[in-house]
Design a protein around this ligand. Structure first.
Ligand SMILES: [Zn+2]
Length: 430
């Protein structure tokens, strides 16, 4: 259970805190939640510390100056696994895990990966206000999900209480709360001639107010001092004069203003970053440079991050896709994942359209899906496959769902007269 506070209640308290702040000009910490809220939330945290990679070396953190918010760019299961056990690096080696203190699932459930007193390896090459290696002086919170999908209300809820608790423990104000995309920096590359921001995009979609966190920095101290070059898109999001929130619609689609770099950051040329061209052709990040050229990626190309299996499964031929650990509904359906025309076949035998699924983290592995379909149309004695699909009944895009839970494309069926009654037929829109 992870009941968020009743929002009216919280809003009132926040308002009271704001008055207190304005009229006393004393920064108020931990004003929004009661002790009971804190205790209730702390009891709800799922302890995942036993999953930690045994090779991870626990080192006490000496100081805590920041709370760093991330989006994991993975589904929940892969998030928990990778952050606890480690991730595969480009050179084939693996890290030792311990990549966050907390993970918050899209349903708000919160997991403890590593005791907060230890240093977690979550920020990588990072700098804030001239201080490098931010992991050494910060708590890392990972939100399961992507920087190009909105953070869920339940996640904001849990994140708000968690930040409040940590601010109390370490005596931190709201300016101490930063995103990984704010503090990460990269070495010179194809896009930048000097050290620069933009290595990471994660949590650029974090809206502070939704977690009850007040305004942060109005400028990037390392850019201002000339230590780093700014990233144009991130500067606009975090320090723009007008309130500007990262778009989530089409945020992983290449356009004039959205380059491979601004979507994938340092992973732009990784084997696990997949580019789906509008033509339907699929390339891995490590193929683009030679085969296409970074400035020649067509507009409307969809960029998918952290596809551990590379392109082999994305390419998976035919209209029936299967969700596996590295492949989520997003990998296949992109923005259409939650639409009525994306139809999911759960291992339990239930059939649900994308618009009727609310808990995306709980979509079981082996769930199959088809994208851009209408139906079902039920096969019966009075209604043959031909009557339903007309001349397309044998087409590979016409999908048959048998009472035995088998899902078959029309071109895989040999004898249509032997299809059991009760078989469901799904027809493509195009
Ligand atoms: Zn991150």
């Amino acid at each position: 259970m992870n009941d968020c506070l009743k929002s009216y209640n919280k809003r009132f308290v926040l308002l009271a805190a704001l008055f207190f702040y304005v009229f006393s000009s004393v920064p108020s910490l931990s004003a929004a939640y009661s002790q009971a809220d804190h205790r209730g939330f702390q009891r709800s945290i799922v302890d995942s510390r036993s999953r930690l990679n045994p090779s991870f070396k626990k080192v006490n953190r000496k100081k805590t100056k920041h709370i760093i918010v991330h989006t994991s760019e993975l589904g929940l299961n892969a998030t928990l696994r990778v952050l606890s056990k480690g991730k595969r690096l480009r050179n084939g080696r693996s890290t030792n895990g311990g990549h966050a203190h907390y993970v918050i699932a899209r349903n708000g459930h919160t997991y403890r990966i590593l005791d907060k007193k230890y240093k977690a390896d979550h920020a990588g090459r990072s700098m804030w206000n001239g201080v490098t290696d931010i992991s050494k002086i910060s708590i890392g919170i990972e939100l399961a999900g992507y920087h190009y999908v909105s953070i869920s209300e339940s996640q904001y809820c849990s994140l708000g209480i968690l930040i409040d608790i940590l601010q109390g423990v370490y005596g931190l104000d709201d300016r101490a709360v930063l995103t990984h995309s704010q503090v990460a920096y990269g070495k010179p590359n194809w896009w930048f001639r000097k050290n620069h921001r933009g290595r990471k995009r994660c949590a650029r979609n974090f809206i502070r107010a939704k977690a009850g966190v007040g305004p942060g920095w109005t400028y990037d101290p390392d850019v201002r001092s000339g230590r780093l070059l700014p990233d144009p898109q991130l500067s606009k999001i975090f320090y723009g004069r007008r309130q500007y929130y990262a778009e989530t619609d089409d945020a992983n689609v290449i356009s004039k203003s959205n380059s491979a770099w601004s979507i994938a950051g340092e992973d732009y040329n990784s084997r696990t970053t997949i580019y789906k061209f509008p033509s339907g052709r699929v390339y891995a990040g490590d193929q683009i440079g030679n085969k296409i050229g970074w400035n020649l990626i067509p507009a409307k190309t969809v960029v998918l991050l952290n596809r551990e299996n590379g392109i082999s499964l994305i390419k998976s031929e035919g209209p029936i896709k299967t969700i596996s650990d590295g492949l989520t509904a997003w990998s296949f359906a992109g923005k259409a994942y939650n639409q009525k025309t994306t139809i999911y076949f759960l291992p339990s035998g239930r059939i649900k359209s994308g618009s009727r699924i609310s808990d995306w983290d709980d979509l079981p592995v082996k769930t199959r899906l088809i994208i851009g379909y209408r139906g079902p149309y039920k096969l019966s004695k009075e209604r043959s496959a031909y009557q339903i699909a007309s001349h397309k009944y044998k087409d590979r895009k016409t999908i048959y769902y048998l009472p035995s839970n088998q899902l078959l494309a029309g071109d895989k069926i040999k004898d249509f007269t032997r299809l059991p009654t009760g078989t469901l037929i799904f027809l493509p829109f195009t």
